[in-house]
Write a protein that binds this ligand. Sequence first.
Ligand SMILES: [Zn+2]
Length: 275
Amino acid sequence: MSNERSGSTLIENILTKSSQIVSVGETYLLGGYIHKVGPGFTWDWNCSCGNSLLECDFWNKIYRHLNISDPREIKNTKIIYPKRKDKGRQKSKNDEVASLMNQIYASVFETANCSIVVDSSKKAFHGTSLYQNSPYNFKFIYLKRDLRAVTFSKQKWRKKYGAKDISLLKLLIANYIHRLWCFIMLRKVNKKDVFYLKYEDFFERPQQTLDDMSKFFGFDSYEMPEFMELVNDHTIAGTPNRFEKRKIKYDAKWLSNVKKHPLINALGIILNKIG
Ligand SMILES: [Zn+2]
């Protein structure tokens, strides 16, 4: 569970370096990737292996395991907070998605022969709904990053992709509201099932944090990788940077940017402190 631009793809990538863990990426977007709609246009909605979701070997094994002859039968993979006026209809759609997701997880456990599956869908309502219906030992990583860093990073990518210009103040407030939403959603989850992770702390004590995660989730500890890179991964979505091999280091470029915006800086510091 996290906001966008908070480092979830990096954490996911580090976790896949364990031989006991397989990541499937953001399965929330699986339906969109199969039908090539929604986010993912820049890389033609391909799996991280470079093949389309119709051609990827890994995902084809999963479809076969699910007894699906044409993956295009998979349409909706999003659990969405129901609007008041069509609560009943949305709830039955959500139940269908939860059941499909549990079958997908079962297929991944079996075909990839792993003991932990990482789903980096991030979405708070989607995740907590799956948690409540899960036959598995379902645990969360709640990943938080400095709100100012998330704000500047989002603005950078919005500019890059020609998205509508939104002021830094609005972005900052929206990021804080997202945090409140995660906080509300996490009230549905037993505290012992949540690993609280601060992106900044991770860079201060990388090996220690990875060891803490290994204890929490029950995988064998291993050496913190030096690089973020895709190795035999078949993940859906993630940061646009994920295709290049990159040295894992704290990206502090936003710090020089934030100095030019003292109001955003001050408000960001206060909102970070509130929680
Ligand atoms: Zn693939």
